[in-house]
Design a protein. Structure first.
Length: 310
């Protein structure tokens, strides 16, 4: 299945992200200007509010600094004036500040629910402001998705008639236990009392359900949450031996660089999980952070996957 293959490719790419080690570069007090990242993803919301693409400087100044920003058409599939517009072709870093944002207004009505639209921004500045160590940060790729209204019924059914989700998991890739694949077909149904919460039946390992909560407070930043200390499996079943009290626990990652989010238009989510063990109330070991992709699929797709034996 095409979507299944795409998910696997995303997860394989994530392996490289997990494997990277942090490096720190020491620089002098010279002034350099750059985008804060070479790729940023943003939700376009119905109320028309803009999103910001951050630009940073390595030093502060006691005066305002204004620079130009241009759009690079090559490699873009988003059309300026149709899918989006810039608030301005210039940015200003205020006196005493290190950063500011390029404001982008997405056109909600002209973006389809399945669209993934991107364009490239480039800073226009003097050569001495370009940092030779990071020349790629003079540009950034901006990707836009539409933020559709949230409906819990599209993510979870009932125990008698559940929704189906295809999980592809680096946790299962690293600790398969009795699983024969790092992908699982999961039954999803609404929690009876907790708002915007679904039960993921046997999510990672047989016999252990997981609760996921959809935080919809900010439509531009939909967050997927997993309660603390959820039991996802048994130590002996997964590791072959016992570290603590016999249970494997997990929650969503608290790290800012590992966001867990969902897309209501395309019905998929990304979930960073922190996996650990306790000796009753005391944490005695962290097994690591693991990336997971979840894709909600139709009953027909689920039946096909079940026939394939997943």
């Amino acid at each position: 299945m095409k979507r299944f293959i795409n998910i696997v490719l995303v997860v394989v790419a994530a392996v490289g992200i997990v494997a990277c080690t942090e490096q720190y570069t020491i620089y002098d007090d010279r002034e350099y200007l750059m985008f804060s990242d070479t790729l940023s993803t943003h939700m376009v919301v119905e109320d028309g509010r803009p999103f910001g693409v951050e630009v940073s400087s390595t030093v502060t100044r006691d005066y305002d600094r204004t620079y130009a920003v241009e759009i690079i058409d090559k490699g873009s599939n988003a059309i300026e004036g149709h899918h989006y517009r810039l608030g301005s072709n210039t940015i200003t870093i205020p006196a005493g500040k290190l950063s500011t944002n390029v404001e982008v207004y997405g056109n909600y009505e002209n973006i389809e629910p399945t669209d993934s639209l991107g364009f490239t921004l480039q800073l226009v500045m003097r050569d001495e402001l370009k940092w030779d160590l990071y020349p790629e940060y003079n540009r950034t790729k901006v990707v836009m998705y539409k933020s559709c209204p949230f409906d819990i019924n599209e993510w979870g059914g009932t125990e008698q008639k559940p929704k189906y989700c295809l999980l592809t998991s680096l946790l299962l890739y690293s600790y398969p236990g009795t699983n024969t694949s790092y992908s699982r077909l999961i039954r999803c149904y609404k929690h009876k009392s907790m708002e915007n919460t679904i039960v993921m039946d046997d999510m990672f390992y047989d016999g252990f359900d997981v609760l996921l909560t959809f935080d919809t407070a900010d439509p531009a930043q939909p967050i997927l949450k997993m309660q603390n200390d959820q039991v996802i499996g048994e130590e002996f079943m997964v590791f072959g031996y016992q570290y603590g009290d016999g249970k494997i626990l997990a929650t969503h990652s608290p790290r800012a660089d590992q966001p867990s989010s969902f897309n209501s238009c395309q019905k998929f989510a990304q979930l960073w999980v922190l996996m650990y063990v306790k000796d009753f109330s005391t944490t005695i070991g962290y097994m690591g952070y693991f990336y997971n992709i979840l894709e909600w699929i139709s009953d027909e797709e689920a039946e096909e996957i079940m026939r394939e034996g997943l």
